[in-house]
Ligand binder design. Structure first.
Ligand SMILES: NC(=O)c1ccc[n+]([C@@H]2O[C@H](COP(=O)([O-])OP(=O)(O)OC[C@H]3O[C@@H](n4cnc5c(N)ncnc54)[C@H](OP(=O)(O)O)[C@@H]3O)[C@@H](O)[C@H]2O)c1
Length: 254
């Protein structure tokens, strides 16, 4: 740990796999104090051992949390913030997706996507409201998606959840500014994690390690909003938003 190191207290949801796991490894290796959560506590125990093995000296607290059970966020997250002695960075990362089409999709699967990706994120942030207000500092990060840019045929509930996440965070930014709190929204393209490993095509795929490092860089730069990787997804984003509806509706559901 270098002299003058700005040690942060970091809480990450969905840390057992993919992007969340890689971010936990990055922050853990740097010696920050961490609280990592997900539904699978055993996986978190293994991750916590791995982080401790770096010997960087930060705390590693684990907690089982199903973000889709709104009230559980209010029980678990403020306690983690207390155990850490505050929270400088809350990364609302937990998420799921469904890939199915009208006529074959179950309402329950769609609802689970909204309950996890949107309501879970909102509950997590709300549960830490009083901590951030009292501290008068901190950063809230939400992991949205390039799927938020346009309603993707075949991913209706996922696109909806992520568009709402981005909108929610955009509004929140203006509300928390007076408390000295920053909001960062990340829109990843395809990053190689279990969430998309069954898809037939994953254009411009990057590894979880590389994707998370880029996300980390964007978080630490304090940016308001970022597409990751920037190229080509920022340009694709512009295209996605400008394609006329009669062409957009021709996209085949995956
Ligand atoms: N990978 C990509 O290409 C990509 C692109 C755009 C956006 N994203 C977003 O990035 C975030 C992370 O996804 P990932 O790619 O890292 O996928 P992943 O490897 O499948 O990881 C998802 C994480 O979310 C957790 N999770 C799922 N449901 C949960 C629940 N109800 N409560 C608490 N934790 C839950 C999982 O842990 P447990 O199963 O242990 O609970 C896991 O740790 C998601 O929000 C996803 O939408 C990913």
């Amino acid at each position: 740990m270098s002299k003058g190191f700005d040690k942060k207290k970091v809480i990450i949801t969905g840390a057992s796999s993919g992007i969340g796991r890689e971010l936990a490894l990055i922050y853990g290796k740097a010696g920050h104090d961490l609280a990592i959560t997900s539904r699978r506590k055993k996986v978190l125990e293994e991750l916590s051992k791995e982080i401790r093995s770096f010997g960087a000296g930060g705390k590693v607290i684990i907690a089982s949390l199903d973000v889709s059970e709104s009230e559980d966020n209010f029980k678990v997250l403020p306690k983690l913030a207390k155990d850490l002695g505050g929270v400088d960075l809350f990364i609302a990362n937990a998420g799921i997706s469904t890939n199915s089409s009208f006529g074959v999709k179950s309402f329950e699967a769609d609802k689970k996507v909204i309950d996890t990706n949107l309501i879970g994120l909102m509950a997590g942030i709300s549960s830490l409201q009083s901590v951030f207000r009292a501290q008068k500092k901190g950063q809230i990060v939400g992991i949205s998606s390039v799927a938020s840019f346009r309603g993707l045929p075949g991913s209706a509930s996922y696109s909806t959840s992520k568009a709402a996440v981005s909108t929610y965070l955009e509004a929140l930014r203006g509300e928390v500014r007076k408390f000295g709190v920053k909001v960062t929204v990340i829109h990843p393209g395809f990053i190689d994690t279990p969430i998309n490993q069954k898809l037939k095509t994953r254009p411009f795929l990057v590894s979880a390690e590389k994707g998370a490092k880029k996300i980390y860089d964007r978080i630490e730069s304090g940016v308001r909003s970022a597409t990751v990787p920037w190229f080509p997804w920022a340009l694709i984003g512009v295209l996605m938003r400008s394609v006329p509806e009669f062409l957009w509706e021709k996209i085949e559901p995956r």
